[in-house]
Design a protein around this ligand. Structure first.
Ligand SMILES: [Zn+2]
Length: 216
């Protein structure tokens, strides 16, 4: 079995080999592998894909295992769905949680610009959800701060995300984003969500649970 972070349930778990194929490219340069695996935690299927130059050793060679058989995908394998593809936001309104989840899906699949644009739009969505009718993201972030939905440092974080998103949205030549930058911007999005929305929901849940337990 292969150890991997399941792209469906996000658990670091074992992926049981189901079926695989192996073939060579027509130009003879590369050998390709595809194999299907089943997550032993959530039982959903993922596909791993890897390739190697035909005259170099298969990176999965010698890594066949156990009763289930099948190759163990090498570190260079591309998984579909990829690890981290599904991030849920249960404590924010569904329409905002869906956009935030899509920002992570884009990141996991390498659509980095798309991820940043979506993360930026989440910030606007948070302000609208809380009742802001200002025009433009800059005014919305200022409103979030003025209404004390976010702290001064989070205001700075939201503005950093706004500026990064602006650069991408205008598609200036040479404008790009690295995976590391994208990860940082997703953290900024998470901080804004947590502060403006999620922490209140969590506090209400704890309060309700305590009241149910203690009767006061
Ligand atoms: Zn799983």
């Amino acid at each position: 079995m292969a150890a991997n972070t399941c792209g469906w349930c996000n658990h670091r778990t074992h992926m049981a080999f189901v079926k695989g194929t192996y073939y060579s490219a027509r130009d003879g340069q590369f050998d390709f592998h595809n194999a299907a695996y089943q997550c032993i935690n959530c039982e959903r299927y993922s596909v791993a894909y890897w390739q190697h130059l035909y005259y170099e050793p298969d990176p999965s060679e010698g890594r066949f295992v156990g009763d289930g058989g099948g190759p163990v995908p090498p570190d260079c394998a591309v998984w579909n769905p990829p690890a981290g593809a599904r991030k849920e936001f249960p404590d924010v309104p569904d329409h905002l949680g869906a956009v935030a989840s899509e920002a992570h899906l884009c990141r996991a699949t390498g659509a980095l610009r798309g991820s940043v644009i979506l993360a930026r739009s989440v910030i606007e969505g948070v302000a609208k959800h809380l009742g802001c009718d200002e025009w433009g993201i800059q005014a919305k972030i200022t409103w979030l701060r003025e209404q004390q939905h976010i702290r001064p440092k989070t205001f700075e974080a939201a503005n950093a995300l706004r500026l990064a998103g602006n650069d991408i949205a205008h598609a200036d030549p040479g404008e790009s984003v690295t995976a590391e930058e994208c990860d940082e911007l997703l953290v900024l999005m998470a901080v804004v969500l947590d502060e403006a929305l999620e922490s209140d929901v969590r506090l209400a849940r704890v309060k309700e649970a305590r009241e149910a337990r203690t009767g006061k």
